[in-house]
Design a protein around this ligand. Structure first.
Ligand code: KIV
Length: 280
């Protein structure tokens, strides 16, 4: 309750949250050092790290494995574990067990749940058990295939009002924040104004209380496609490729390694070693 009040107060003070995904220890460490507000171990893991065609393929074991790594890299960060479809599709009882795994095994501080037909019931169950929950509305990739594909949501008045209704229901249910993905900026602005909790946008315009991006989109590490809402802040993929090409050329030409990359043996030990080489 204290945490939720703090967030509501921070929103009133017009705090803006910067949220990013991470899936492993070294990048989590970078995010923590950079002072990111919250780290989301998103089920985008499936696409940007594990090479699945969609996020729906990610398993609970995979999510927990990566949450553990993130926590090792960022021991002090606020880490949110994303409940994958396979961890919630059987309803509230399964979702509670999954959420508890995120908190206890994955050492997350909270979980996130994408909207689905049982999302409200799941949120109620989790909140009753003391699990901090973040909601996710708008484009919900886990169910996108069944609900019209990967496109901008809430583009007509009826679905914009329905999104607002769901947002309010999630807030009333006790979620501490909400992700709003791929909705028109003007709709996101009204939803953000209507809620007391922070609304974190992704493809939802500049007036949300914060932003979230997939690290691999921001850093140029995922080349299959870049969503229109993502901004690339660097081309780490290209940098790594160039470094790998230089390394391969030097390894082949003998330019690498040099003496400074090698280890020495005492002269006398070497003499004895060489003497013993052909002595059996
Ligand atoms: O899985 C994820 O990374 C997400 C963000 C895109 C919000 O849900």
């Amino acid at each position: 309750m204290g945490f939720l009040n703090e967030l509501v107060k921070a929103k009133k003070r017009k705090k803006k949250w910067a949220v990013l995904t991470a899936y492993d220890a070294p990048t989590a460490e970078i995010l923590e050092k950079a002072g990111i507000d919250w780290i989301l171990v998103g089920d985008s893991l499936g696409m940007v790290v594990l090479g699945y065609p969609s996020t729906a393929d990610v398993t609970m074991d995979e999510m927990i494995h990566h949450c553990k790594a993130v926590r090792r890299g960022a021991p002090h960060a606020f880490v949110i574990g994303d409940m994958p479809l396979k961890g919630v599709e059987q309803g509230p009882r399964q979702a509670l067990l999954s959420a508890q795994r995120f908190l206890h095994e994955g050492r997350c501080d909270a979980v996130k749940i994408e909207w689905n037909n049982s999302a409200l019931e799941i949120v109620n169950r989790l909140i009753a058990e003391g699990v901090p929950v973040m909601g996710h509305l708008g484009l919900t990739p886990q169910t996108a295939a069944a609900t019209g594909g990967y496109r901008v949501q809430a583009r007509d008045a009826a679905s914009a009002l329905e999104t607002l209704r769901r947002a309010k229901a999630l807030e009333a249910g006790g979620v501490f924040a909400l992700i709003l993905e791929c909705v028109p900026a003007a709709v996101a602005r009204e939803i953000t104004k209507s809620l007391k909790i922070p609304v974190i946008g992704i493809g939802a315009g500049p007036t949300c209380d914060g932003q979230v991006l997939v690290l691999h989109d921001l850093a140029g590490l995922f080349s299959k496609f870049t969503p229109r809402f993502a901004k690339r802040y660097c081309e780490a993929g290209r940098l790594i490729q160039t470094a790998v090409q230089r390394y391969a050329a030097e390894a082949r030409s003998g330019k690498f390694p040099r003496a400074k990359h090698s280890f020495k043996i005492d002269k006398e030990e070497l003499r004895v070693f060489k003497g013993g080489l052909h002595g059996g």
